[in-house]
Design a protein around this ligand. Structure first.
Ligand code: 8OZ
Length: 360
């Protein structure tokens, strides 16, 4: 039997050891600067949180086509790469570890945010219910354009180039965002993928784009520095699957051959729907590190790791409000309360002004 671990046990990710299993979850904050490039305010925010075992950055677009929200950062232009370099240098100076999350929103965009005002792209021409947040305010989602089969290699290459840029920007690794109703998730789940080519119509085909993207990213990174995030039953962005347990058990088994750093699983529905997925089935099918996420407290996370139900736990809103979350957990200090009104957009308020604990 393997030794029991705690939130504070180090963990090996490929050739890198991280000092604890407390992960800063990827968090969209809509505070990137001009040209969707990280700026000094973002440097300060990430540096404040450098004691996390691992920081996963906010989702960052692999291409101009991948954009779906105002003031979110990209990794496809040299200005963005240079901006990220200032973040990674500062985090590393503080002894931190940081992965970049690679993102293409697919259908969850709007012509006003697409190059030449084009339609957003998707596996199938199925319009999401709801509204898109644009620079002009909320606007109804549009029916996206289904990608032609011969366009898929170009999408895969967007991820490869972005992964290469992430290396130039000084990251320790990358996380492929295949969750939360964005492009890769739109291919994975049958509610959004009605294709009849090699990229839809069967589980084998639905996972093909993700595995091609992983292969492309592995041309640039060793597998131990690449994570994948999935969200089997999140309904955010109007996405669903008819049989999430079967779909995601299958996907998990398919991911085993890559030797990835971790599988990051958003357990449940951010929108508050009932949970029908048994995550132990996913955990037991994966042969690498399992990162759990979704409303974990310190106690719940500690128990999960101790009982072997996860290897790492990612904290979202707790990390928004507590830059020194690791030290607060260590000392069992009180936690600051996150303010949802300042989650998305704005300035330093609700971003870099949450207080460190008094003993710091
Ligand atoms: C909240 C608001 C906007 C984007 C995700 C990138 O869910 C996001 C996101 C979350 O992964």
């Amino acid at each position: 039997m393997s030794a029991t671990h705690s939130l504070f046990s180090p963990l090996q990710l490929g050739s890198m050891e991280i000092p604890n299993r407390i992960v800063m979850a990827p968090l969209t904050r809509n505070r990137a600067g001009e040209h969707n490039a990280p700026r000094q305010l973002n440097v300060e925010y990430y540096t404040q949180r450098a004691s996390a075992g691992l920081i996963i950055t906010e989702a960052s677009q692999v291409s101009a086509q991948g954009v779906g929200y105002p003031a979110t950062p990209g990794i496809h232009h040299s200005i963005q790469v240079n901006g990220w370099r200032t973040v990674t240098d500062a985090v590393h100076d503080k002894g931190g570890h940081i992965f970049l999350q690679l993102w293409h929103v697919g259908r969850v965009s709007h012509p006003s945010m697409q190059p030449d005002g084009e339609l957003p792209v998707a596996p199938s021409a199925i319009k999401p219910a709801g509204e898109c947040i644009t620079y002009e305010g909320p606007q109804a989602f549009v029916e996206p354009r289904a990608l032609e089969t011969d366009e898929i290699p170009g999408i895969v290459d967007q991820y490869r180039v972005a992964a290469k840029n992430a290396k130039v920007a000084g990251f320790d690794g990358v996380e492929i965002h295949a969750a939360n109703g964005y492009l890769l998730d739109q291919f994975l789940r049958d509610g959004t993928n009605h294709r009849q080519d090699n990229y839809g119509g069967s589980l084998e085909n639905q996972i093909r784009l993700l595995t091609e993207v992983i292969d492309a990213v592995l041309e640039e990174w060793e597998p131990g520095r690449v994570g994948v995030r999935i969200s089997p039953e999140n309904t955010f962005n109007d996405i669903k699957d008819s049989k999430p347990q079967i779909t995601f058990n299958f996907i998990t088994e398919k991911l085993n051959s890559f030797g990835l750093a971790y599988l990051h699983v958003l357990e449940g529905d951010m929108m508050g729907g009932d949970s029908v997925v048994d995550y132990a089935q996913i955990r037991s099918r994966f042969n690498g590190n399992y990162m759990a996420n979704c409303g974990y407290t310190q106690e719940k996370a500690q128990t999960s790791i101790q009982e072997g139900r996860s290897d790492l736990v990612a904290f979202g809103s707790l990390y928004i409000a507590n830059p020194d979350l690791v030290e607060r957990f260590e000392e069992h200090s009180d936690l600051n309360t996150p303010n949802p009104e300042t989650f998305y957009g704005g300035d330093a308020q609700g971003y870099t002004d949450y207080p460190f604990r008094e003993s710091a």
